[in-house]
Write a protein that binds this ligand. Structure first.
Ligand code: GLA
Length: 384
């Protein structure tokens, strides 16, 4: 687990300077997949896996970034920052620096150490955690701060404009604004949100299929384009449908025949997922775990069948969870095509659930999955 004291020592040893330290969590999404860039609804929770960042000023005009996870240091000239990423891990922190510079902040030289335990490439938003931790660190250096929603937007822009991945705002938003023991229903149109307590007796069991997931890869943008093509057809008929958030299932009945079959399927997922996500937040708020579980199951089927965002391993991980004692609901979480499933499980059954799910997965695929019993944690903040 991430240890701020170790990070400080690491930073001091490498850069001979006393740092300020920050933490930003990864996330698990309970429901609302591929709805954020359609200006719809998502309901993630921040988790107790996080990225730590330590920062101290330098006098030589350089930006030196060290990643403990990659065991590598990269150096840049603070007065000549690149405008685009180069496909390297440093794109994520550097992208944030570049966006902040574009916002008018004069960025001085600094040393940054980043170290995290969010499993990389597993759909738990390790990149958003790096971005948000970096943003807090650099903002403190320049003596500025932003409210959580704006901070999230800037980090999303770093990913869209610098890294070149077409993600929505969910991951950065929950990393910046999460609350201990709560899920957060976010309206991705105006960034208003509602917190819903996750009852004490419920554990978040996160099961890693060990199949690598990447938002930058081809499938994510393809799905996004397909769903947006459906939206354009609806908009051409009745106007005022700039995003699928504004579309209804009736629109698909009327004009679905004009859509490419895959576009129609993607849109059906996004439109129905928005309805499910709002219903799921209402269920959680009134403590109706049974209904929440039912909606999660339905969401997984829609994600897998209509959006074709799952994979054999993730479908099996969801399937293997069914019928295990204590299960409330299970589905693939995050950008898709691999990564993790999220399982809401009665706390008292969580350990046995973890063990049996891992056993079943191992028996089928010969891979031992990492399965974590997590809880919802707080959003990004300064540690000292
Ligand atoms: C990734 C993206 C998010 C969101 C999800 C899918 O995590 O970064 O913006 O689109 O996929 O719900």
């Amino acid at each position: 687990m991430h240890d701020p004291a170790k990070l400080r020592t690491m930073h001091r040893d490498r850069f001979a300077a006393e740092p300020k330290t920050f933490v930003a969590p990864g996330r698990v999404n309970l429901i609302g997949e591929h709805t954020d860039y359609a200006e719809g609804f998502v309901m993630p929770a921040a988790i107790n896996f996080a990225t730590l960042a330590a920062i101290s000023p330098r006098t030589d005009g350089k930006i030196v970034i060290y990643s403990e996870n990659y065991g590598e240091e990269k150096s840049f000239d603070a007065s000549a920052l690149p405008k685009k990423g180069s496909g390297h891990w440093s794109d994520y922190p550097l992208g944030v620096v570049s966006i902040l510079a574009g916002e008018g902040h004069k960025i001085p030289g600094f040393s940054l150490t980043i170290w995290g335990d969010v499993p990389l490439g597993s759909g738990l938003s390790s990149s958003a955690a790096i971005e948000v931790a970096t943003a807090l660190a650099v903002l403190s250096l320049v003596g500025a701060s932003y409210p959580g929603p704006k901070l999230a937007r800037l980090c999303q822009r770093a990913e869209n404009e610098f890294v070149g991945s077409s993600c929505g705002i969910m991951d950065q938003f929950i990393s910046a604004n999460g609350k201990e023991n709560h899920a957060l229903l976010l309206d991705c149109r105006d960034l208003s949100f509602k917190l819903a307590p996750i009852p004490d007796h419920v554990a978040l069991v996160i099961a890693n299929t060990m199949v690598k997931h990447s938002v930058a890869g081809g499938d994510y943008p393809t799905r996004r384009r397909e769903s947006e093509a459906a939206c354009a057809i609806i908009d051409s008929h009745r106007g005022n449908v700039p995003f699928l958030r504004d579309a209804t299932l009736e629109d698909l009945d009327k004009w679905g025949s004009e859509m490419a079959p895959k576009s129609l399927m993607r849109a059906r997922h996004v439109i129905s997922e928005n309805l499910r996500t709002v219903a799921a937040s209402e269920a959680l708020l009134r403590g109706d775990m049974k209904e929440l579980g039912r909606l999660m199951t339905e969401a997984h089927h829609s994600y897998s069948q209509d959006f074709e965002g799952s994979c054999v391993e993730a479908d099996a991980m969801v399937e293997f969870a069914q019928g295990l004692p204590g299960l409330i609901g299970a589905r693939l979480t995050g950008g898709g095509f691999g990564g993790c499933t999220v399982n809401l499980v009665e706390q008292k059954d969580a350990e046995a659930f973890r063990h049996e799910l891992g056993r079943r997965y191992m028996a089928k695929f010969g891979i031992s999955p990492e399965i974590h019993i997590c809880h919802a944690s707080g959003g990004a903040h300064q540690i000292d």
